[in-house]
Design a protein around this ligand. Structure first.
Ligand SMILES: Nc1ncnc2c1ncn2[C@@H]1O[C@H](COP(=O)(O)OP(=O)(O)OP(=O)(O)O)[C@@H](O)[C@H]1O
Ligand SMILES: [Mg+2]
Length: 259
């Protein structure tokens, strides 16, 4: 007959660290999930050099390859102070997708998303306090530029923006965002963000943007020709997957072929 195995427990209050698990929905958090260090998946030196050099550029990768996880880790690094005195804000502009080419509603969604993340990441309420007035004054085709300009000027620390899901924007909304970033570019870094990363699945330069207002197709390159270059985040390599699964080594060994 099998005997129950008794496990000796230490006396006193029991502090069992929460079990990590494999996350497959949304960005990975190292303290909760088994993970590959997200910044090791980027060409970090290149990215930091582009930021230092005040460049605006695209970070591209296929779906579900860790783009958002990498951006959030980059935000943490830039706000830690070890890479210079940046203030870095991440924002996902997907919320503006529902408004399609209604630039007023889209810009409202984009500005409120940026303001939300500025407040929750940096405790910075500057943008939240001013964007509704700027939108009313400057209108949707000028508000983003004006808001980013005043927000940059409000603090001497250079602002770095990480804009995720840029592909979610369409037509006149996408065009308006790209043109406003281009218009403010010359004022960086004191009067506009020092660096902006546009993250998506496709390169901005390859966009063919259908403008309902202008009744023509405009290429992404001409709308945003300030872009320095595009960086690619690769698919997970075999070595990365092996490293990840090694956390569960004994358990998964039967499913892995030898390296
Ligand atoms: N550093 C990592 N280590 C382990 N797994 C990861 C890592 N980064 C991403 N993943 C895996 O990929 C999934 C998607 O991550 P994330 O949301 O960051 O990717 P994404 O490219 O932004 O996805 P989407 O295209 O849906 O926006 C995670 O749920 C996780 O399973
Ligand atoms: Mg994502």
């Amino acid at each position: 007959m099998k005997q129950a195995v008794q496990v000796a427990r230490p006396a006193g209050p029991c502090h069992i660290p929460p079990m990590r698990f494999f996350n497959t929905t949304g960005p990975v958090q190292a303290e909760k999930h088994y993970s590959i260090p997200p910044l090791s998946r980027l060409d970090l030196e290149d990215v930091l050099t582009l930021i230092r050099d005040e460049r605006y550029f695209a970070l591209l990768a296929a779906r579900q390859t860790g783009k958002t996880t990498a951006l959030l880790a980059l935000r943490e690094l830039l706000n830690s102070g070890t890479e210079g005195g940046y203030r870095c804000v991440y924002a996902n502009v997907e919320a503006a997708q529902a408004a399609r080419e209604d630039t007023e509603r889209s810009m409202r969604a984009i500005l409120s998303e940026l303001a939300h993340w500025a407040r929750s990441t940096l405790g910075d309420g500057t943008l939240a306090g001013m964007w509704p007035g700027i939108l009313a004054e400057a209108g949707p085709n000028g508000a983003l530029r004006e808001a980013l300009s005043r927000w940059s000027e409000a603090d001497p620390r250079p602002l770095v923006l990480l804009i995720d899901e840029i592909d979610a924007l369409v037509g006149d909304t996408l065009l308006s965002v790209l043109r406003q970033l281009r218009a403010g570019y010359v004022q960086r870094p004191r009067g506009f963000p020092q660096s902006i990363i546009l993250c998506g699945v496709r390169d901005v330069r390859d966009y063919r943007i259908h403008s309902s207002a202008e009744k023509e197709i405009i290429s992404g390159g001409s709308a945003f020709n300030v872009k320095a270059e595009s960086l690619r985040l690769g698919d997970f390599s075999e070595a990365e997957v092996r490293g990840l699964l090694a956390h569960q080594g004994a358990l998964l060994a039967p499913f892995l072929e030898p390296a």
